[in-house]
Design a binder for this molecule. Structure first.
Ligand code: IPE
Ligand code: IPE
Ligand code: MG
Length: 241
């Protein structure tokens, strides 16, 4: 039986894939462990997916790692997630460099604890020359936060006389978002069976193909990722035309 990886048409790859990595807690509970164990195992899937994307030549992979709303989780879980973030970034930097992966981040990074944002900035800098996959971590990110900031910044430009009301269009708004240098996702994957957007890339997902799988994030392996791409390639995108 041939694998999904072999079945993928390499000449029609999605340029940007975004993933809502969901189901860590439920996966852990099903295996008789606490939620943190689920998050720890979710890191393996981050590694697998990043490698898989780099291997076949995807340009951008955005991972929703922590939402603005996730700050409202119990403090012990937030602390554990931040610690995991710091450890992972530190440990994975050499591998990212080896695989020519450039790390980027979107979200309200200023809300991260000091050492987390420091290590994140360091990894971003240390991988900035890489020319392969752009790995975008959405951290303390929510789309409404992002759009609110874009509106504020456009209003300020208008008030300061640096932008005219007539100049506000699709492109100008796009250029005020944290994703400004990144193309819109072609494919958005959400794991664990929930079929909602949860405040992720609301503007950017306008014409993205959505793919939902019941697999929990810690169980999401390379072949699951390739299956999503294969399924994406069977679809017809019309963009309203
Ligand atoms: C996704 O898994 C990870 C984060 C949101 C940080 P969850 O923690 O949401 O796991 P479930 O959805 O409760 O199973
Ligand atoms: C979305 O998952 C956020 C991330 C994966 C980081 P949640 O588990 O927080 O979303 P809801 O609460 O199910 O909508
Ligand atoms: Mg969840």
């Amino acid at each position: 039986m041939s694998s999904f990886k072999e079945k993928i048409d390499k000449s029609r790859l999605p340029k940007h894939i975004a993933i809502i990595m969901d189901g860590n807690g439920r996966w852990a509970k099903e295996h008789g462990y606490d939620r943190i164990f689920g998050h720890q195992n979710g890191v393996t899937s981050v590694r697998e997916t990043t490698e898989a994307a780099a291997e076949i030549g995807i340009k951008y992979l955005t991972l929703y790692a922590f939402s603005t709303e996730n700050w409202s989780r119990p403090q012990s879980e937030v602390d554990a997630l931040m610690e995991l973030l710091i450890d992972t970034i530190e440990r994975e930097t050499p591998t990212l460099n080896k695989n020519n992966v450039r790390l980027l981040a979107i979200g309200d990074i200023s809300r991260l604890p000091g050492n987390a944002s420091e290590k994140l900035q360091r990894c971003i800098k240390q991988t900035s020359k890489n020319t392969g996959l752009g790995l975008v971590l959405a951290l303390s990110y929510s789309s409404r936060w992002e759009i609110t900031n874009a509106v504020k910044s456009i209003c300020k430009e208008v008030l300061d006389g640096n932008c005219k009301l007539e100049d506000i269009n699709d492109e100008l708004i796009t250029n005020h978002l944290t994703t400004k240098s990144i193309p819109d996702p072609d494919l958005m994957i959400r794991t664990s069976g929930e079929e909602r957007i949860s405040n992720f890339l609301l503007w950017q997902l306008a014409y993205t193909e959505l793919y939902f799988t019941k697999t929990h994030w810690p169980a999401f392996k390379k072949e699951c990722f390739y299956e999503a791409i294969y399924e994406f390639q069977q679809r017809e995108r019309r963009f309203g035309k």
